[in-house]
Design a protein around this ligand. Structure first.
Ligand SMILES: Nc1ncnc2c1ncn2[C@@H]1O[C@H](COP(=O)(O)OP(=O)(O)OP(=O)(O)O)[C@@H](O)[C@H]1O
Ligand SMILES: [Mg+2]
Ligand SMILES: [Zn+2]
Length: 509
């Protein structure tokens, strides 16, 4: 008999419907699989036949042809095991499934018939939820992820045996309806250092507060041991909680990025990601791609922070590849079979020393580098990249006397409440617009929403001229000023806001 089973394949973050067509007829026993399968799919027959044996059925002894359609899409991974098993069982009439046409199957099978979770279920669930009649059949491991999509109808099972028992029933009983993301509390036990334990450094804390409030990129420059890495790690504690939409976007990417063989239960990403790739990271590791078209660190940092510690140590071409996502909020990876687009809207953070010895900005130490070496070091970070970093601050060494000071610094929670208030102002301003925070604004929006009076605008233009700002630099200046004004609940951007924003562009070799 001929059966068509509905399933899905992943192409980047996109879930693409595929069908597994099985034709089992009398004749010389044999098995043919066509339709661009990769090795994992090709090997699925062995897993599937053995899993089917565990439920006491036999599907060999037929002349079986399996076609994966659309035929021109490369099918990867083991998620097609379950649809293939159901296809073989129904085509050979070993089982009958009353609602086969409504069901969409995804899942890997082990030799002993257990169903194992696969990556990218959230993408699949989001695509399928638009069709109210369909039922997604998945391994129980994937249930938590699928249930994030409100209104999705699904069935989950631990094994092929359980799955068949459910499918052979003709009632709505085992079909769950996903209730969507539950409102949850901010994770209080967040494992990040608190600003209250950072001595001094008021200027740096303020700069990071502005960066967090507007989602701006930042760069910390200073002597070794000044506390750059420490301050950047505190950042997560002052960022606002992700909204439901952001949780789904980020979780979706992380789900697609799961490495095979990862048996840990996949959980939704509720806390903003803070990704810290090592400076030896390759291009593929950072922006994604490779043979399996997996997302890179930049996409995994979507809605969170991508922190590049020791910025000049990164390979220059790797850094240049970040220019596109920093501007567009997405990364396109091209391959012979087509282009995959990954979302990558992140706050970029970076830290560096000003020179190879590290002390050229230190008032108390002498820099031992030759001017040439210093220049070469700084040139490792290209101009276009620096131009995209709105907030550049020098981190001065802490005076030892400050360590003896007993008055406690402001805790992260207090800073965070100011950041959240400023974000709320932005949310109201951008209602109906495609921006989430000031850093997302287009140039046109940056000008429109700054509400400067004549004198302030004149000041802005004059400063831009004096500092030789590029057109991009000018608009970025307006965006940071907008954030500083938002932090004090001011409708209009004024000269002190611009002056502070200008101070954050001070780094020049
Ligand atoms: N202001 C500070 N308050 C409290 N502790 C600090 C402060 N600055 C630095 N430290 C301590 O010094 C350690 C080193 O700081 P950190 O690693 O952030 O330095 P860094 O600026 O990143 O140096 P490098 O340039 O070598 O990477 C921190 O782990 C922290 O314990
Ligand atoms: Mg460091
Ligand atoms: Zn030096």
């Amino acid at each position: 008999m001929f059966r068509r089973i509905r399933s899905y394949c992943l192409l980047g973050i996109k879930a693409i419907p595929v069908s597994v067509e099985v034709d089992a007829s009398q004749g010389l026993p044999g098995f043919t699989l066509v339709g661009l399968p990769d090795n994992a799919v090709r090997e699925s027959r062995e897993r599937v036949v053995s899993a089917i044996r565990t439920v006491g059925k036999v599907v060999t002894g037929f002349r079986t042809t399996v076609n994966l359609s659309p035929a021109d899409l490369r099918k990867e991974g083991s998620a097609l095991d379950l649809p293939l098993a159901i296809g073989l069982l129904t085509a050979t009439e070993e089982i009958s499934v009353p609602r086969l046409d409504e069901c969409v199957f995804v899942g890997e099978l082990s030799l002993d018939g257990l169903l194992k979770g696969v990556r990218g279920i959230l993408s699949i669930a989001m695509d399928l939820a638009r069709d109210k009649n369909s039922i997604l059949v998945i391994p129980r491991e994937n249930e938590q992820e699928a249930s994030l999509v409100e209104g999705l109808r699904y069935i989950c099972a631990d094994s092929l045996k359980e799955c068949i028992e459910i499918l052979e029933q003709d009632n709505e009983g085992p079909v769950h309806c996903a209730c969507g993301l539950e409102r949850r509390k901010f994770v209080s036990g967040l494992d990040v250092p608190d600003f209250k334990d950072v001595v001094g450094m008021e200027g740096v804390k303020r700069a990071l507060e502005v960066a967090a409030a507007g989602g701006h990129n930042f760069l910390l420059i200073g002597s070794p041991g000044a506390g750059k890495t420490l301050c950047a790690r505190c950042l997560l504690g002052i960022l606002p909680e992700m909204c439901d939409e952001e949780v789904l976007e980020t979780t979706r990417i992380h789900s697609c990025a799961r490495s095979p063989g990862n048996t840990e239960l996949f959980r939704p990403v509720l806390v903003r990601p803070f990704r810290t790739p090592h400076h030896s990271a390759s291009m593929v590791a950072l922006v994604g791609g490779g043979a399996r078209l997996l997302p890179g660190e930049a996409s995994l940092a979507h809605n969170g922070v991508l922190f590049l510690d020791e910025l000049p140590e990164f390979n220059r071409c790797v850094l240049e590849a970040l220019r596109e996502p920093m501007e567009e909020g997405k990364i396109s990876v091209s391959r012979a079979s087509g282009t995959v687009v990954w979302p990558a809207r992140f706050m970029m953070g970076a830290a560096m020393n000003p020179c190879p010895c590290g002390y050229s900005m230190d008032p108390k130490r002498v820099c031992t580098c030759l001017p040439d070496a210093r220049k070469r070091y700084q040139e490792k970070v290209s101009g276009p990249l620096l131009d995209r970093i709105d907030i550049q601050v020098c981190v001065p060494p802490v005076e030892p006397s400050q360590f003896a000071c007993k008055t406690a610094a402001e805790p992260s929670a207090t800073i965070r409440s100011r950041v959240c208030a400023a974000r709320e102002v932005q949310r109201e301003r951008f209602a109906g617009l495609p921006f989430r925070c000031n850093a997302d604004m287009s140039s046109e929006a940056a000008r429109r929403f700054s509400y400067m009076d004549g004198a302030t605008e004149k000041f802005a233009v004059a400063s831009a001229e004096k500092m030789n700002l590029s057109a991009r630099g000018y608009y970025r200046l307006l965006k940071v000023s907008r954030t500083i004004a938002d932090l004090r609940y001011s409708e209009s951007v004024e000269i002190p806001d611009l002056a502070e924003a200008l101070r954050y562009r001070a780094f020049r070799g």
